[in-house]
Design a protein around this ligand. Structure first.
Ligand code: PXG
Length: 290
């Protein structure tokens, strides 16, 4: 069991995995990526992640040299090579080596990089007690400028928000969109529960269409809970019965305080705990769908 890196299908030890400083991925953040998890050696929703990677690439005029099927095979091969059971797979496709200057047409040899490692986004105890988050000043990227549905290698918007959040003493930060509506956190989607209804912002709010978000919405619907994708304001969040975040790295984590306001009872709520349990069962392949 060891972390391993694949570059264009060739395996390297982490310390030997190298990319040119002229790659536009480094020079301009010009590329796309995915973060994927495996549980017990099984990759969770691999096809969905790869589809999103290719959709992101299409949106930025980036041709990926291999098919979606071949990408799935490469990711799977890298996981097998690492022998890590519960892995975090970081897949990147860069624009490749080019000349200085923005011209993407000067770039050749787009690089396909797969890092197989592990990840712990938040300390374990926060999964029991819940997160405190704060709304930050920096807005989520305007969808007309750089659509957050594109999972691009330029994450400065989110990094600035995360720094702002940490300066306020929080490990996660809530971002609003250009209209002042709730968008998402720096690396997770947000949900609220109010009077038995699960609500989350729609993709038109300018968010990443999270794979975990989709899985949790399905689990809620399967258990008969109404699920609504609707614009949310901070008032909706402050007055929610429960709030939680979803993401591949974060999985499902309760939020118990937002901008100094206690959410619900100030403890992870029953719907959050139930969906968290169901998500873990689904990810580990143990859930029999009814
Ligand atoms: N919103 C944003 C902005 C994200 O980056 C999610 C939501 C959750 O989406 P999924 O499909 O994972 O349910 C993400 C997830 C990393 C890393 O370094 C990636 C994310 C978050 C944190 C770290 O690979 N992306």
């Amino acid at each position: 069991m060891q972390s391993i890196v694949s570059i264009n299908g060739k395996f390297y030890q982490p310390q030997d995995a190298k990319i040119s400083v002229f790659d536009h991925g480094l020079l301009y953040g010009d590329g796309v990526f995915e973060g994927i998890r495996s549980y017990g050696g099984q990759i969770f929703r691999l096809k969905e992640h790869v589809r999103r990677l290719f959709d992101s690439a299409r949106a930025i005029w980036l041709d990926i040299a291999i098919s979606q099927e071949a990408m799935c095979d490469s990711i799977h091969a890298a996981l097998v090579k690492s022998q890590i059971q519960d892995a975090y797979l970081r897949v990147m496709v860069t624009r490749g080596c080019g000349t200085l200057g923005l011209d993407a047409d000067m770039c050749r040899d787009s690089q396909i990089i797969i890092i197989v490692d592990t990840i712990a986004l938040y300390p374990d105890e926060l999964y029991e007690t819940g997160l405190k988050i704060v709304t930050v000043v920096v807005p989520r990227n305007h969808p007309a400028a750089l659509n957050p549905r594109i999972k691009s290698m330029n994450y400065l918007n989110n990094i600035l928000a995360k720094i702002e959040g940490k300066q306020a003493g929080c490990l996660e930060a809530l971002m609003l969109n250009h209209k002042g509506e709730v968008a998402e956190c720096t690396g997770d989607n947000i949900f609220i529960v109010r009077q038995g209804v699960l609500r989350t912002p729609p993709t038109s709010a300018g968010i990443l269409e999270g794979v975990t978000r989709g899985a949790v919405m399905e689990l809620a619907e399967d258990s008969g809970m109404p699920v609504r994708e609707t614009a949310l304001t901070l008032f909706d969040v402050y007055s929610a019965d429960e709030c939680f975040l979803t993401g591949t790295a974060a999985e499902v984590i309760a939020v118990v305080e937002v901008d100094g306001r206690m959410i619900g009872t100030g403890k992870p709520g029953p719907v959050t705990l139930d969906l968290k349990k169901k998500f873990h069962a689904l990810a580990r392949g143990g859930l029999i769908k009814t």
